[in-house]
Design a protein around this ligand. Structure first.
Ligand code: ATP
Ligand code: MG
Length: 306
C-alpha cells in the first residue's frame, strides 16, 4: 500500500522585499524536507516558532504549493492533477487550525458550516440526507445535535474546535493536517480534543500530520516525530526512541527545555500500539542511526548560519 502522504525534497521560499520595494532575494522557509506518513499513522512535527511547520502543513495540502519538490497523496503526485481532480482529491485532505473562531464564519450556524462541505462537494445530496449527515457528525465529535442552529459565539473554544473537526471529517478524508489544534484551548480541554482526534483515527483510519509545540502531547499522540530546525528536518524517529535517545544536538536542546514526566500509563499506551507497519523509507538527506531513526549528520546548529 502507498503511504497516505509522501513528501519528497520539499522546499518553500518566500520573496523578500528590498527597501525600494523590488524583489531582492528569497527567504528559504523550508528546505529539502522529505517524509512519508502511513495509513493510520500520526507524524508529529515539532520545532521552534518560525522553523517552517505551518509552511509544510500548507504545502502538503496544496493550500500554499511548494516552490519545489513533490507531494504524493496515496501515490498520486498532486502537481500532476487537473484542477477538477485536485479539487476532488483535496476533499480527502483536510486541515484543522489553531484558532477555531477564525476558521468559523460568525454569520453561519454551526450546522450550516458543516453542511457547507456537502453543499460544495456533494451537490446531489438531498437536503434531508444532508441534515441527517450533519447531525450524526455532531454526535460523532461529541456535540449535541440540538446545537446545530447555534452560532460560533454561542460555543466554547473546545466546542468550536469540535465543529471544525466535524467539518474536517465530513467528506471522509484519509489525511488531516492538524496545525496546533489545541494550542488555543484551555489545558483542561486539550486532552479531550486530543482524545477525540485519537478516537477518530481509530474509527476512520485517519492519518495525521500533528504540528505542535507541546512536546508532551506530541509524545502521547504521535507514532513518529520529525524535528524541524530552520526549515530542515534534523531528526526523525519513532516517538519513544526520539524522546529516550535524542541524537541531534537541536533535539536534545528542545527536549531539555521542557520537563517531560514519563507516566507509566503513557508508556503502556505506546507499548500497546501496533508496530506491524514496515520501517518507513529514507526521509531524506539523513543518516540512519538505528532502525527508522534518522539524523542530520551535520551541520550542528551551534556552528552554522542559515
Ligand atoms: P509558529 O510556531 O510560530 O507557528 P512555524 O514553524 O509554523 O512557526 P512558519 O509559519 O511556517 O513557521 O514560518 C516559517 C518562516 O517563513 C518564518 O520565518 C515566517 O516569517 C516565514 N513566512 C511564513 N509565511 C510567509 C509568507 N507568506 N511570506 C513571507 N514569509 C513567510
Ligand atoms: Mg505555525
Amino acid at each position: 500500500a502507498y503511504p497516505v502522504i509522501s513528501v519528497r525534497n520539499l522546499s518553500k521560499s518566500y520573496p523578500l522585499r528590498s527597501w525600494w520595494g523590488g524583489k531582492a532575494d528569497v527567504f528559504r522557509a523550508v528546505e529539502d524536507v522529505s517524509f512519508e506518513i502511513r495509513p493510520g499513522e500520526t507524524l508529529g512535527l515539532v520545532g521552534e516558532s518560525g522553523s517552517g511547520k505551518s509552511t509544510i502543513g500548507r504545502a502538503v495540502t496544496m493550500l500554499n504549493p511548494p516552490t519545489s519538490g513533490t507531494i504524493a497523496f496515496e501515490g498520486i503526485d498532486l502537481a500532476r492533477l487537473s484542477p477538477q481532480a485536485l479539487c476532488r482529491t483535496r476533499a480527502r485532505i483536510q486541515t484543522v487550525f489553531q484558532d477555531p473562531y477564525a476558521a468559523l464564519n460568525p454569520r453561519m450556524s454551526a450546522g450550516a458550516y458543516v453542511a457547507e462541505a456537502f453543499r460544495l462537494h456533494r451537490p446531489d445530496m438531498a437536503r434531508s440526507e444532508r441534515r441527517e449527515a450533519v447531525a450524526s457528525l455532531f454526535a460523532r465529535v461529541g456535540l449535541d445535535p440540538h446545537f446545530l442552529g447555534r452560532y460560533p459565539h454561542q460555543f466554547s473554544g473546545g466546542q468550536r474546535q469540535r465543529i471544525c473537526i466535524a467539518r474536517a471529517i465530513a467528506l471522509k478524508p484519509s489525511f488531516i493536517v492538524a496545525d496546533e489544534p489545541i494550542a488555543a484551548l484551555d489545558v483542561s480541554i486539550q486532552a479531550q480534543v486530543v482524545n477525540l482526534l485519537q478516537d477518530l483515527q481509530d474509527d476512520l483510519g485517519l492519518s495525521y500530520l500533528f504540528i505542535s509545540h507541546d512536546l508532551r502531547m506530541v509524545r502521547y499522540l504521535c507514532h513518529r516525530v520529525a524535528v524541524l530546525w530552520r526549515g530542515r528536518i534534523v531528526e526523525l524517529a519513532e516517538s519513544d526512541r526520539l524522546y529516550e535517545d535524542p541524537r541531534h544536538p537541536y533535539t536534545r536542546r528542545l527536549l531539555a527545555a521542557v520537563p517531560l514526566p514519563d507516566p507509566a500509563a503513557e508508556r503502556a499506551r505506546l507499548a500497546a500500539r501496533e508496530t506491524t507497519n514496515p520501517a518507513p523509507g529514507r526521509p531524506g538527506d539523513l543518516v540512519e542511526v538505528g532502525p527508522g531513526h534518522w539524523v542530520a549528520a551535520d551541520p550542528l546548529p551551534e556552528e552554522t548560519d542559515r
